[in-house]
Design a protein around this ligand. Structure first.
Ligand SMILES: [Zn+2]
Length: 349
């Protein structure tokens, strides 16, 4: 019953943010009989990229559009952007990471795999991607990048407890407050590393704040890390994902473009613009948008083709470019609330 109520409210909330046409519970556009309400909503695709946004999103009725905040409201806070592979954060979250760092966060990029599965050979992939993540981290404004070097597409052969323990160490060392990661429940994702990475991050976030897990950390001088905010992104082309936060990245789209161009060894970006320009030149043709030099070609290719899905997503919300997340925010102060209630209502014995 509660679920049905939720879906009804979800539809109303969606209409309020401009998705009305897709959400009207009438036979016709959706093809559904009147007693059903669409619960997942298709997002238009550019068809220029195989996986930048999922086919379907479910929007929560408490969806928030996160916009630019003036000043440095996040000064003193630390974020860790954790990715299985060198192209995950650049493709799905680089705009928001760059935005939060610009608003005061200190940022770190953590890569779990060695990315051997992308490159001319396995060895080339390892070397190129190791160099790429340093450049990608710089393009987002991160202070440092870390790599764990687990074998690519084989991460389910590793003990999750070890990956989680290494993350807990870094979260405590860096005193992380906020994380970005692949959604641990990324529906229909074919890449086994993504699910392993998401689950390891989820557990590490909780355990990093505990006093009993890995007590030797505390004897060595580390402090618990209290991770209060999580931004989970999806990567599942055929997926459907629950979204409760849409971030306006319009001011940071060029950061995101540069981050993806830096990612030469893996993913659909890197030097693809130059390759297309040269391919056309061999045929005696050119595309005006690719400009007259290599750098322009790479930047323009990523912005025009690969960022278009984020433009189409943003347009649904009246934004130039957007990224979508399942956001989990700070928990209420349960003990504090109980003590507040007790102090307000306690009567003399
Ligand atoms: Zn990946």
């Amino acid at each position: 019953m509660e679920r049905r109520k939720f879906l009804g409210r979800s539809a109303a909330g969606g209409m309020a943010v401009g998705l009305g046409a897709a959400l009207k519970p009438s036979r016709g556009a959706s093809g559904l009989p009147g007693k059903f309400t669409p619960a997942a909503h298709a997002i238009p695709h550019s068809k220029y990229s195989p996986f930048t946004t999922p086919d379907y999103y479910t929007f929560a009725d408490d969806l928030v559009i996160e916009r630019n905040v003036p000043g440095k409201p996040h000064q003193g806070k630390v974020l860790a952007a954790v990715q299985a592979h060198s192209d995950d954060i650049p493709l799905f979250a680089a705009g928001t990471v760059a935005k939060l760092i610009d608003e005061g966060y200190t940022g770190y990029l953590i890569r779990l795999s060695n990315d051997e599965a992308a490159g001319r050979t396995l060895g080339y992939g390892v070397v190129q991607n190791e160099a790429d993540i340093q450049e990608a981290a710089r393009a987002m404004g991160c202070k440092r990048a870390y790599s764990f070097y687990y074998r690519n597409h084989r991460m389910d052969d590793n003990a999750v407890i070890e990956i989680r323990a290494r993350l807990i160490f870094l979260f405590r060392l860096l005193q992380v407050n906020t994380i970005f990661a692949m959604d641990p429940y990324d529906h229909y994702d074919e890449n086994p590393d993504h699910i392993v990475a998401g689950k390891a991050v989820e557990g590490a976030c909780w355990m990093a704040g505990g006093g009993k897990d890995y007590p030797e950390h505390y004897k060595a001088g580390l402090k618990p890390a209290h991770i209060r905010e999580k931004y989970y992104h999806a990567r599942s082309p055929q997926g459907h994902n629950l979204v409760n936060r849409v971030v306006d990245i319009s001011s940071y789209i060029d950061h995101k473009v540069r981050t993806n161009v830096a990612n030469k060894g893996k993913g659909p970006a890197g030097t693809a613009g130059v390759r297309l320009r040269r391919q056309l030149a061999r045929q005696g043709k050119k595309l005006a948008l690719l400009g007259e030099d290599d750098e322009t070609a790479n930047l323009a290719y990523v912005k025009f083709f690969l960022m278009d899905d984020f433009h189409l997503l943003g347009q649904q919300f009246g934004l130039e470019y957007a990224e979508a997340f399942r956001y989990i925010g700070p928990e209420p102060s349960y003990a504090g609330n109980i003590m507040k209630y007790a102090s307000e209502h306690a009567v003399p014995l």
